[in-house]
Design a protein around this ligand. Sequence first.
Ligand code: LLP
Length: 419
Amino acid sequence: MDHFTLKDGVMHAEDVPLPAIAAAVGTPVYVYSRATLERHARVFREALADVPDKLIAFAVKANPNLAVLKVLGQQGMGADVVSVGEMRRALAAGIAPDMIVFSGVGKTAAEMVAALEAGIGQFNIESEEEGVELAELAAARGLTAQCTLRINPDVDAGTHDKISTGKADNKFGVPISEAGQIFGKLAGLPGVNLRGVAVHIGSQLADLAPLEAAFAKLGALVQALRGAGHTITHVDLGGGLGVPYRVGEVLPAPAAYGAMVARVTRDWGVKLIFEPGRVIAGNAGVLLTRVVRVKRGIRDPFVIVDAAMNDLARPALYGAYHHFEAVEPRGARMTANIVGPICETGDTFAMGRECDLLEAGDLAVFRTAGAYGATMASSYNSRGFVAEVLVDGDRFAVVADRIEAGAIMDAERVPEWLA
Ligand code: LLP
């Protein structure tokens, strides 16, 4: 459930009519709903009520906006980060260092040092090589890094190939077949306290079965590690829960996920860490755009909007579906190709899509754009970076300025020898 609804024929974000935001901030612009973010955080937390000891760390990559992190931090969430940039955002939003988990397959030495110095709560080690390096960096500073070892369970998450992370040939984690041996080696090093294991098999999962399979493998591994004399106190179960992008699409509810987790992990006797991203932020945001013009096509007309693949990359990257609708629907419908202005055919949001009848100048939204939306934006075609707005009841604020193409050009230099 979200808070983007029609009131008197005009789409609102909570109590703010979207045309008011377009008039004040311009388009394209991402619009987030505080009430929806808070609701999703609460629903996820309540779904895990039967898990006694846990940390829910929002996957910052899904939406790193400072104001969004502030809202989620106030809901008691920690942060799962994959770069020092994300760590700094979490800290700036007031999330306590010990509630920050550092994931990511290519942590540099400089990043690990920064995270050690910030005193973050957990490193999820992605390889034996990384573990050895982290141990050396920590020991040299007289510090101990709290760690888990990320396991690649070789489970097919059944999602898009580009967002699948738990198959044997994916770059993430250590092979489960070698986990015991690598764990043994790293656990003996000074500078690290290797206290558990971690897993994340992919994103936008439409089925709980692959998650359960991965968790079951992890449970067996925990038993085996304990059998080998290791003390296991923490298990990180990652994120991955999918959200509905299409009207009427049904995905596993957080409650079903929570019940499955509670059942599978009942006897583990560990603190569980969760890293949800999309399920918290996805349906808490829309991309508000204006129709530039409608162009006749051979079959269907092209509705050319002022948002493009640089603002919302998911359709171009993954062929992803984002529901598209008018802000002030007239009741009539059309079949259209919905495209952005960028000069490549990949800048297509949908072909042959049935949608509200739209004319030049109309406002429309792409829904479910709160996760992996603005954060994946680029300035391709020198379009600048899209603005972001947070709504709270009947008020709204710009939470990220639009970065005009000119400002990006200002950061470029022509060397003297070319002048
Ligand atoms: N933890 C780790 C280690 C991850 O790699 C990810 C996502 C998450 C947690 C959060 O997963 P979520 O709960 O959001 O599914 N750009 C793609 C999604 C990439 C996800 C990468 N990892 C998209 O737009 O669909």
